[in-house]
Design a protein around this ligand. Structure first.
Ligand SMILES: [Zn+2]
Length: 366
């Protein structure tokens, strides 16, 4: 069997768990942070460097890859793994979130979403079937159902209709998905900030007995305490023997709270985006390397960090690079930030195994 998820340890005080998710391109040890490679590359970082960051599963975006270079070119190259030279597991999103957040939408109907391509102005019709066809061609190990992402804030009625449509679209996605042997289709729980709609969405989704489930539509502008509330209420409804993925969340506190609720996988553009703004994530804090105090600081960013940036360069050098807008500066900060968030999830994993997750991460959980 290509896909398998095994829970190997459970926390005695929270719902946190340690798992191993087997995919056709290798295993993902959960809890795990997944770096985002929107256009089939994690910005400024090579696959070899990414591997050194201990990355296991990497994300790519269906919407962006459909616009450029197009799924036919990726397929002709032999699929995403070959095209981007990442031999580990890959996950693609459905394009739904990007269509709803980035594009000029002409119409949303039962059929799908009609929008204008920001690249050439052409009209594109993205439907559940089309999203599946694109993702089948891209060839990621995990693919996501095409869902309707209601904006935040939205009315109860709007979210209710979007949730019901998402379930109908999931049925169409399952029918259209023709590579189930090598690609696991995850469903996405929607429902905005309304817990009863979230619960309804989760209950409908699990009827389909999918290989994995995600909570989507969070981290779209709502206060962080609402994310925690949703995750706490919904995670227990998802089947424990399947991987659970919290989409678009990658801050320390939110990941720790989600792990405590029983979530396994996380992704966020934060580590590379912050790096491009000269910011390093260091032990829970955000440091801007352009700050005066780093100019003559010849110590490593974080002496305890095993990453290439921390092992070989000083804060002063990193500060110099970002002040000079040298690409190497962004690469080194990206390497560090990705390593930092992956290590954070690895530390939670180890703590769950050791039985001290609830005490070691208590300050995030309160
Ligand atoms: Zn580092």
């Amino acid at each position: 069997m290509s896909f398998n998820f095994t829970v190997e340890a459970e926390c005695q005080h929270t719902d946190a768990r340690v798992g191993v998710f087997q995919t056709p391109h290798g295993v993902v040890h959960t809890p795990r942070f997944m770096p985002v490679g929107t256009l089939a590359n994690v910005k400024t970082v090579t696959p070899a460097q990414l591997q050194d960051c201990q990355a296991e599963m990497v994300l790519a975006n269906t919407y962006h890859l459909h616009l450029q270079p197009g799924e036919d070119i990726v397929a002709a190259a032999g699929g995403l793994h070959k095209f981007m030279n990442w031999q580990g597991p890959i996950l693609t999103d459905s394009g739904g979130f990007q269509v709803f957040s980035l594009s000029e939408i002409r119409s949303i109907s039962e059929e799908g979403v009609l929008f204008r391509s920001p690249r050439d102005g052409d009209m594109i019709n993205l439907t559940p079937e089309k999203s599946m066809a694109i993702q089948n061609q891209l060839g990621a190990d995990v693919i996501m159902a095409f869902d309707e992402c209601a904006p935040y804030p939205a009315t109860y009625e709007e979210i209710k209709l979007a949730g019901e449509r998402t379930t109908r679209w999931l049925e169409r996605c399952i029918k259209a998905h023709d590579r189930a042997d090598v690609q696991a289709l995850f469903g996405i729980v929607q429902g905005g900030v309304y817990l009863d709609l979230r619960q309804k969405s989760a209950r409908e989704l699990i009827q389909f007995d999918l290989p994995g489930y995600a909570i989507g539509g969070v981290s779209v502008g709502e206060p962080p305490e609402l994310i925690e509330k949703i995750v706490k209420a919904i995670t227990p409804l998802l089947p424990p023997q399947k991987p659970r993925y919290l989409m678009g969340v990658g801050t320390y506190k939110e990941m720790a709270q989600a792990v405590a609720a029983g979530m396994d996988l996380f992704d966020c553009v934060i580590p590379t985006r912050l790096a491009r703004h000269s910011v390093a994530l260091v032990r829970g804090e955000r440091w801007n390397l352009k700050n005066q105090k780093f100019k003559r600081d010849f110590t490593p960013l974080d002496a305890e960090c095993p990453c290439y940036a921390c092992q070989n360069f000083s804060r002063a050098y990193l500060s110099h690079l970002v002040r000079s807008q040298e690409i190497l500066g962004y690469t080194l900060l990206s390497i560090h930030n990705i390593t930092e968030l992956i290590r954070f999830t690895q530390k939670m994993r180890q703590a769950i195994i050791d039985g001290d997750f609830a005490t070691k991460f208590a300050h995030y959980l309160s």
